[in-house]
Design a protein around this ligand. Structure first.
Ligand SMILES: C[S@@+](CC[C@H](N)C(=O)[O-])C[C@H]1O[C@@H](n2cnc3c(N)ncnc32)[C@H](O)[C@@H]1O
Length: 188
């Protein structure tokens, strides 16, 4: 496979391509938390092909492979709120933030609470693999499904204009699109 990321095997790339196709030619500032072997950063660098697009990865283990010029990396922990805020002030605001790191509740929540404000209007905050919270015998992921439910409950106050949620035993992902929306009664 050209890009060393499990986003292909988990069927997430096809979702991303549908959701982000309209942004391909635009100058996109993207932060992905969780880099692993760097495959997804390489994929984003190729997918968002505008010459001013910038791809930033944050992980506590940085891979030693080479990246194209528009990819940069930050070595750090997603629990380090000061680092997250500094990252946002140095590199933000972002069109897209993807949390594909630990998938633990505290970490996912810290990142969301620190970085939601750093998303541009009409930008997206994505949480991958939150369905680990349903896995039997994996108590380390306890609370992930509840966290997603809480975020969905907060939608009117967060300023979310669109939600895309997918959950099956094999793949789970949440997209929150930032924007003004009137979540009011429909005129039936
Ligand atoms: C699922 S992999 C990322 C996969 C990558 N996004 C891709 O699509 O190829 C998870 C990554 O999260 C990182 N990680 C786990 N806990 C972390 C933490 N507390 N802070 C920063 N990175 C963390 C791991 O080092 C690992 O590289």
């Amino acid at each position: 496979m050209k890009y060393n990321t499990d986003k292909f095997a988990h069927g997430l790339i096809e979702i991303y391509e549908k959701k982000f196709n309209h942004l391909r030619e635009k100058p996109i500032n993207l932060l992905e938390i969780g880099v692993a072997k760097g495959g997804s950063l390489k994929y984003w660098a190729s997918f968002f092909n505008h010459e001013r697009s910038k791809i930033l990865g944050l992980d506590r283990h940085i891979p030693s492979c080479e990246f194209s010029e528009n990819v940069s990396l930050i070595n750090g922990d997603q629990n380090d709120i000061k680092l997250l805020k500094q990252t946002a002030s140095d590199h933000g605001p972002f069109n897209i933030i993807i949390d594909d790191a630990s998938h633990f509740t505290r970490e996912t929540s810290n990142c969301f609470n620190s970085l939601w404000s750093e998303i541009k209007s009409d930008g997206y905050y994505v949480i991958e693999d939150w369905g680990v919270g349903y896995f039997p015998g994996k108590s380390e992921y306890n609370g992930m499904a509840e966290l997603i439910a809480q975020l969905l409950c907060q939608v009117p106050t967060l300023g979310v204009s669109d939600i895309y949620l997918e959950a099956s035993p094999l793949r789970s992902i949440l997209f929150l699109k930032k924007g003004k929306a009137k979540w009011g009664p429909l005129n039936f």
